[in-house]
Design a protein around this ligand. Structure first.
Ligand SMILES: Cc1ncc(COP(=O)(O)O)c(C=O)c1O
Length: 389
């Protein structure tokens, strides 16, 4: 059996159609988009076209799309950009406990700079309560940032309600929509955020390219200073091939959103029922009806997630215990901890995130292998009530 990749929330393989346009760009377009000669104008044309494609994917105007060096940078630009441009209006930011570190660590940095941050709790299912968001708003609140969908559990937050509350209270609203893009419908027309972050490598595009959507009229302070690129919001010569790759990836993702979403949902549900049928003492994490179609997070009692991953890896299957950015940290996932999953159970949790290359055969194989791995680990586990010694 070929290797099986079930870690698509960490990153996705660049798809052939995307590689082709990027390769053509590298080979045939030498220009800097800021140059005024023919080569420069040609490169500018490609960047503008990609900007239009990304904009139309999320229902934005091209002028509202700022290309960045990835999702982390987009989150930083949104949060620091709003905080530092609005600090004369107030110093309070609202976020929630299961955000990606690209949001949480920016908030911690801002606390060191004198800002106050409210980290809202989530329910056992991983959901933020919009009423709590509203109760936390103060006259000095300058930003609300809540992710659209969680990278570890796939839980989809009630961002429409939160965005509506933010509008009523006239507080700018940012959403990290990095995991949502290409998996569920996402439109800035429907959600009306002031800012939204995206990353190309989660939608079969290249790594190191992101987008920050900034609603027209919203002012952010740049993170770096230099030329007038990206309206002065993100100076630096554009990553032309990466941007063009992102544009193509968005186009393809939108074309396939419904069919691929449904296919992945069925595969994911097959994986979930297979696991529940074959393996006792397993718990699902996350609101079952409010999940990304490709994501499944499960806790296996009496075993360590690391052990399961190693066992799977030996059989050619790659999954993860949580976010790729925190996979070298020994502590249990901050996402599962915030959901009240006890430490030992959180340590025995695995995220399976499916993608367009996965097949039914791979899922069935994974279920069989996983059942064997967990059984063997439990046989030697000192925590298992009937096994170990
Ligand atoms: C929800 C979320 N936010 C931010 C990021 C960071 O994006 P990037 O890897 O493009 O910097 C990720 C990637 O793992 C993510 O899943």
């Amino acid at each position: 059996m070929e290797k099986i990749y079930l870690d698509n929330n960490a990153t996705t393989p660049v798809r052939k159609e995307v590689l082709e346009v990027m390769f053509d760009l590298y080979r045939g377009v030498p220009g800097n988009p800021s140059s005024i000669h023919f080569f420069g104008r040609q490169a500018r044309g490609y960047v503008d076209e990609a900007r239009r494609k990304v904009a139309s994917t999320i229902g934005a105007e091209p002028s509202e799309i700022i290309f960045t060096g990835g999702g982390t940078e987009a989150d930083n630009l949104a949060i620091q950009g709003i905080a530092f441009s609005r600090q004369e209006k107030g110093n309070h930011i609202i976020t929630q406990a299961t955000e990606h570190n690209a949001v949480l660590h920016v908030c911690r940095f801002l606390e060191e700079q004198g800002f106050e941050v409210t980290y809202l709790p989530v329910s056992r299912e991983g959901l933020v309560d919009p009423a709590e968001v509203e109760r936390s708003i103060r006259p000095e609140t300058i930003l609300i940032t809540v992710m659209t969908a969680n990278n570890e559990t796939g839980v989809i937050q009630p961002v429409e309600e939160i965005g509506e509350l933010a509008r009523v209270h006239r507080v700018p609203f940012h959403t990290d929509a990095i995991q949502a893009l290409g998996k569920i419908p996402f439109s800035v027309q429907a959600l009306k955020p002031d800012l939204a972050s995206f990353s190309a490598h989660k939608v079969y595009g290249p790594k190191g390219v992101g987008v920050l959507y900034i609603r027209s009229g919203t002012r952010v302070r740049p993170l770096v200073y230099g030329g007038h690129h990206e309206g002065g919001n993100r100076p630096g010569t554009e990553n032309v091939a990466g941007i063009v790759g992102f544009g193509r990836a968005c186009e393809l993702a939108i074309d396939e959103l419904e069919t691929e979403g449904e296919r992945l949902r069925l595969l994911r549900d097959r994986l979930r029922s297979g696991i529940l049928e074959k393996i006792p003492n397993v718990k699902r994490n996350g609101a079952p009806d409010l999940l990304l179609p490709n994501t499944l997070n499960m806790s296996f009692e009496f075993v360590e997630g690391e052990g399961i991953l190693l066992g799977l890896e030996t059989e050619g299957i790659a999954a993860s215990t949580g976010s790729a950015c925190t996979s070298d940290e020994p502590e249990p996932s901050h996402v599962l901890s915030a959901m009240g999953v006890p430490g030992v159970l959180a340590q025995g949790s695995i995220r399976f995130s499916l993608g367009r290359e996965n097949t039914r055969k791979e899922i069935d194989y994974t279920i069989t292998i996983l059942a064997g791995v967990v059984r063997r680990l439990r046989e030697i586990s000192p925590f298992h009530p009937e096994e170990g010694s």
